[in-house]
Ligand binder design. Sequence first.
Ligand SMILES: NC(=O)c1ccc[n+]([C@@H]2O[C@H](COP(=O)([O-])OP(=O)(O)OC[C@H]3O[C@@H](n4cnc5c(N)ncnc54)[C@H](O)[C@@H]3O)[C@@H](O)[C@H]2O)c1
Length: 353
Amino acid sequence: MRMKKLKIGVIGLGGIANFHIEGILASESAEVWSICDCNEEALLAKGEELGVPPERRYVNHLDLLKDSELDAVTIGTPNSNHFTIAYDAIKHRKPFALEKPIALDAKEAIILRQALADDPLPHMVCFTYRYKSAVRYAKQLLEQGTLGKINHVYSQYLQSWGINEDIPLVWRFRKELSGSGALGDLGSHILDLKRFLIGETVKVIADAGTIVKERALLGSEGRGDVDVDDFCHVLARFASGASSSMSISRFAFGRGNYQQIEIYGTQGALVYNLEEEDSLHIKLGEEQQFRKVDIPDSYKANQMQSFFDLLIGKGDGMDATIEDGCINQWTLDAIVQSFTEEKWIAIEQEAAN
Ligand SMILES: NC(=O)c1ccc[n+]([C@@H]2O[C@H](COP(=O)([O-])OP(=O)(O)OC[C@H]3O[C@@H](n4cnc5c(N)ncnc54)[C@H](O)[C@@H]3O)[C@@H](O)[C@H]2O)c1
């Protein structure tokens, strides 16, 4: 008997929606049922491309959420809309996959967490790199204690697109629409990976800056201020005592989507790297050199299929929840406070947990 496909509504039809839609189309368990974008041109183009009937194309997410046939939604709008749309999804009892960072600040994130605590609902935060097989294999090695006690974690997430000064003042450069800059965009992923692999961060000290300070306004004459970070460098302590660093930039010449996390323990070390593909190198005990690990296929995972599995009660427990998103947001806020006030900031565990 053929399984009934989950009817998914895609909210926000920009860059990341293509990834969400690709995942839906590749899955046997889901279909693109409806779409929503406040930009009518984007809505029309995607509707035509996907053959979504005009009556299931919406400019307002509330109209999409009212559909009783809809099973779940993906939320891939700019950060400033995450809170409202996720909150409305909870109120309309529609399970959701929400993009990162989950909100503009911890205040919003905590309200979302409370709303889900009051009315639980299947949901996922799209910390995409949790689904890399190199990350999952590294997690297993760490949980088995293969590296011994962890002393240091050095991490980077580097892109270069900000160097192009012709890129106008898109939402990613505006605090009121994004919350923070490279930090929330790229750093949120690395903070989640470090927590996924190692554990809680208890204090941070950061430096950040804006390299291109103004850009052409979108849709009107003149230029406007970039009021978010183009780069952010963070020193941090884990609850375990391990010391870590995180370098985040949109101005790293030659880097497209480069991540590296190096973890050094008392008995071994590992290096997770992502450029075109994810890879893992390890060195254990008396080994002379780092060696590339052949990762078994069983560690492969797919974010969107994981969302559909979660919806039918078959999640593997590795997906990020709103709780994870909330702690992530709390840490982002602490980092912003640190580089603004130029001092160490303790992560308030009570508020974060
Ligand atoms: N998980 C990842 O690896 C990853 C990668 C890229 C982006 N993202 C996240 O995805 C989100 C979107 O990023 P993007 O690059 O796709 O942005 P984008 O600017 O390309 O697309 C955003 C789309 O949302 C639409 N939109 C804005 N407000 C809306 C509203 N109220 N209702 C419906 N549609 C609305 C815009 O018209 C636009 O089409 C961000 O939160 C970003 O952080 C995540």
